[in-house]
Design a protein around this ligand. Structure first.
Ligand SMILES: Cc1cc2nc3c(=O)[nH]c(=O)nc-3n(C[C@H](O)[C@H](O)[C@H](O)COP(=O)(O)OP(=O)(O)OC[C@H]3O[C@@H](n4cnc5c(N)ncnc54)[C@H](O)[C@@H]3O)c2cc1C
Length: 199
């Protein structure tokens, strides 16, 4: 086996904490690497917090328009174009990824795309996404491999399709109009049990 690459700071997972730590350490002149298997910048920016809020925002606009007459605003026929809703979200995610990559470049921290696992103390074997394996050792190793959404056992909740790290809001809200009712409750307010956002 080849000699591992040595880093002063090695981070497994590029989520919120890991990437900030890496950029800071990189800027401070430490030889730093981050191993990320899929989501540059973690799940929040790619599939969870920001994309879901982006789509919910479209749903809020749809809900406002739908209830416009109550506010003295009348419109003609309103159509919702789901492809545009998704494109808007994807553009935001693409923009976010580009910004993350610029931070890696500016900080000098290396982003290694692949799946890492510990094979010895402070030592990772990384199955690279582009093929092959790379061995990395860190003087200091930080783990930021994230979380998964859990759906609690609350009666009636299973009937409400909700986005998780594995199930995006796009798959739930196939039509934004179906999400717009949920949006009127607000993304941070609890949804009434039994209320569904599915089509
Ligand atoms: C639909 C949805 C909406 C949400 N909205 C909000 C919100 O509005 N506000 C809020 O505060 N929270 C929200 N959350 C929760 C939030 O997304 C998570 O709490 C947060 O992303 C966790 O961040 P993290 O940095 O710990 O992990 P993550 O962002 O998950 O980062 C971990 C990274 O490690 C990588 N990784 C894991 N294992 C390996 C490995 N072996 N090798 C290489 N890489 C690996 C993963 O690919 C991932 O990119 C939401 C969650 C969901 C499901």
């Amino acid at each position: 086996m080849s000699q591992p690459d040595r880093f002063e700071v090695l981070v497994l997972g590029s989520g919120s904490g890991g990437k900030l730590l890496a950029w800071h350490m990189g800027r401070a002149g430490r030889r730093t690497a981050v191993v990320e298997r899929r989501w540059i910048g973690g799940s929040c920016r790619n599939v969870n917090c920001m994309p879901s809020k982006n789509e919910i925002h479209s749903a809020k606009v749809a809900a406002l328009v739908r209830h416009g007459a109550e506010y003295g605003v009348t419109t003609g026929r309103v159509a919702i174009d789901m492809a545009t809703v998704r494109d808007r979200k994807r553009k935001m995610v693409d923009h976010s990824i580009a910004a993350q990559l610029a931070h890696y470049k500016a900080s000098g921290a290396e982003l290694i795309m692949g799946s890492g696992r510990f094979v010895a103390p402070k030592t990772l074997a990384v199955r690279l996404n582009d093929g092959g394996t790379r061995m990395l050792v860190g003087d200091r190793v930080f783990v930021n491999i994230g979380t998964h959404a859990a759906i609690p056992s609350v009666p009636g909740l299973e009937a409400v399709p909700s986005p998780t790290s594995k199930r995006s809001s796009s798959t739930i809200c196939r039509r934004i109009s179906s999400c717009s009712e949920a949006a009127t409750w607000g993304s941070n307010s609890p949804r009434p049990i039994g209320a569904s956002v599915a089509t």
